[in-house]
Design a protein around this ligand. Sequence first.
Ligand SMILES: [Zn+2]
Length: 674
Amino acid sequence: MFKLLFMLLAFCLIYCGGAYAAERGVTNTSRSPHVKLRSVDIRDVVWTRGFWADLFNVCHRVMIPNMWRLLRDPKISHSYANFLIAAGLGEGEHHGPRWHDGDFYKWLESAAYAYAVTKDEKLDELMDEIIEVIGKAQRGDGYIHTPVIIKQRQARSETREFKSRLDFETYNMGHLMTTACVHHRATGKTNLLEIAGRAADYLYKFYKESPDKLANNAICPSHYMGVVEMYRTTREPKYLELAKGLIDIRGLVETGNDHNQDRLPFREQTEAVGHAVRANYLYAGVADVYAETGDKSLLDALESIWENVTLQKMYITGATGALYDGASPAGSKRHREIQLVHQAYGREYQLPNITAYNETCATIGNVMWNWRMLGITGQASFADILELALYNGVLSTISLDGKEFFYSNALRRVSDLPLELRWSRTREPYISCFCCPPNTVRAIAGASGYAYSISDEGIWVNLYGSNELDTRLADGSRISLAQETNYPWDGKIEILVKAPENKKFAIMLRIPGWAAGASLKVNGHSSTTDTQPGKYAVIDREWSARDTIQLDLPMPARLTQANPLVEEVRNQAAIIRGPLVYCLESVDLPEGIEIMEVMIPRDIRLHPRHNSDLLGGVTVLEGKAEAFQSDSWSGELYREIEPQEPQQINIKLIPYYAWDNRGECDMTVWIPVR
Ligand SMILES: [Zn+2]
């Protein structure tokens, strides 16, 4: 009863103009004591035209309905059928992976994001219908996990909860909690939040009774983020106690391993190891706990791990988790300590291209982690990684039509690879392990929530894309901006202040790390504001309606090399323009030339040309390169180089996110340079 009153109070604060604005962000950091930047409400930013508006439109009109079609058709996915059976509304057994409930919640979260912006009534009705089923599937004590509930409903007495750490119960319940918070923020309703509250209460009780067992079951720990978000939504103190405890009890796991990041207590960890999805979810969840507690030992570990990832273990696309299978710690002198890992971070600088694992969920975990680090620190370097991973690592995982998906994400594909990899090397309409596709869709649906932040100083512009912002500053006063740009194709951004009138506050504009020579104008006059790349430019003045800011981020194509210790790309370059990593596909090469034969001169001049008819409209990069044709290899491992004059060829590069949309062809991000 007390809890219900508490939730009602929170509801009134949010919806009756209470003291706390911005409680409806992708993360609700409106009252987090240890953040510098706070989220804006998800419905306060609307993409208006261009890249992100088009993408959001495909998300709302195609991705979300298409995925609902997949998830509700038992012949394709048993995900919704599992809920119906668990609810007593259907017959049969549980089918599909044990984390399938979580996949379903992620899709539901994307629907809630879409509803927040579109107010699509059909989506709202559909969500209510589904939530009723989820509610009926829940056990009286709050436990909800369809594989176990279905068996218990069918009176199979031997079935117990938390029997195996690979049952993914906490993963499923964590996604339920996050989805419930987003659904509540989008709709104002509490129907899913009440279900998630019962699940959180169940976890709290389980934490009190069997902390070691709970610690052992923290696999892909989405519940760290979920429980913190439940605390932020309901202000129920025991959820914060639970969130803190969930990190502390990781040290109780007796058979911990690097694969699950629990060989060492979290605070003793300094590098990213093991399963990259589990790792990135863990880091994002710990960042959430820091935001509420200010426990410096957590932030110290996170900063050390972040440096390890971004300086030694991350792909140029923002993807992480290089290895299909490997050993950890790799090459250790203490041979007996080495453990097997899979879909994992490798050793430092181990970044293969053709066999890059790079599970989509790990990239999304990287986005979520960097978003939280940005909030904690206000440092643009985190927003830079967020943007890099979003445009390149995340968008490349879904086809342009919104209906096909990658599970693992290579940076090179060659047709004559003589080994079978675990996952398809082309996108597929359905993947038996369906964790990634709904993760991508919810990331796209909610991306507008990353575009701006608020602090006591003013408003922070994190991402660029034509949009309208209508929100409140930290003091509660209204601010309205209109952003006009062709970003990411063009670095010119214009921001029109629509409100307030005659008010002093700062507008912070992110100058990406790549944007050397950025310039700013305010009301048409050049500004002396510092526009150092990798920082936020701060314009602190009295603003009035009709004031304008013009930001120009130069976007030359940049030939980029990796640290020489990345052996797989020695003497190769990746081409980046603005936030987009480019690639070469064999369909764009002259007849008879293969991608492995192409070499680019160091001084190549690459000309951007926008082609609105290609791949949904992309800016391609065109230039002159060379090809050294080689006879096909007939199985030998080595052979002598024959003298050869290079052939001059024209090349056309496309953004990496748009690759594999023109049939199966070879592709490479890295190209040899001379
Ligand atoms: Zn996944």
